[in-house]
Ligand binder design. Sequence first.
Ligand code: SF4
Length: 173
Amino acid sequence: MSKTRVATVWLDGCSGCHMSFLDLDERLLDIAPLIQLVHSPIADVKEFPENVDVALVEGAVSSDEDEEKILKIRERSKILVALGDCSVTSNVPSMRNQFEPNRMLHAIYGDGVIPLGGGPVPTLLRKSRPIHEFVNVDVYVPGCPPPADLIFDTISNLLAGQKREDAPAPKFG
Ligand code: SF4
C-alpha cells in the first residue's frame, strides 16, 4: 500500500501548533507507518515538494515570502488543512494590522537598517491575513493551538479518506 504523502508548514506562527502535533506522543507511532513526511520544519526540507496528499499549514500569511509559499503549497497539494487559529483567522499575527508596517518596524527596531525587500528579511504585507484569503482551504482545524486529539482525529479521518465530520467539535482560542 502506498503511503500518504504528508507535509507540515510553518508560516507566521509561533510553532505552538507543531508542538501540539508532537503532543500526539505514542499515537505518532500509529500514524508513522501510514505516511511519508515529505516536508516539515521537523524534517527541515527546504523546497516544498510536488504531489503532496495532505498539507497541514500553521500560521498566517504575513509577508511576501509567506504568500509565495502558500500559493506553491496549494498548487502542489491535494488537501490543504488550515492548522490553528493563526492559519484560520490570522489570530495573533493580525494584532499588528492596525499599524502601518514600516512605522511599526521603526517603533520596534529604532533607526537601524532592516534588510527588507530582496534582503534576508521578507517584506511584510500591509496586513497579516488568514490563508483562505489567498487559496482554497479544504479543512479547518481551529484552536490556539488545536488540541492533539483534534489533530489526531483530523489526520486519521483524512488517512481513511474522509473529512473531519466525526472529529470532536473545534473550538477557537
Ligand atoms: S494558533 Fe496559537 S499555537 Fe498555533 S501558531 Fe498561532 S499562536 Fe501559535
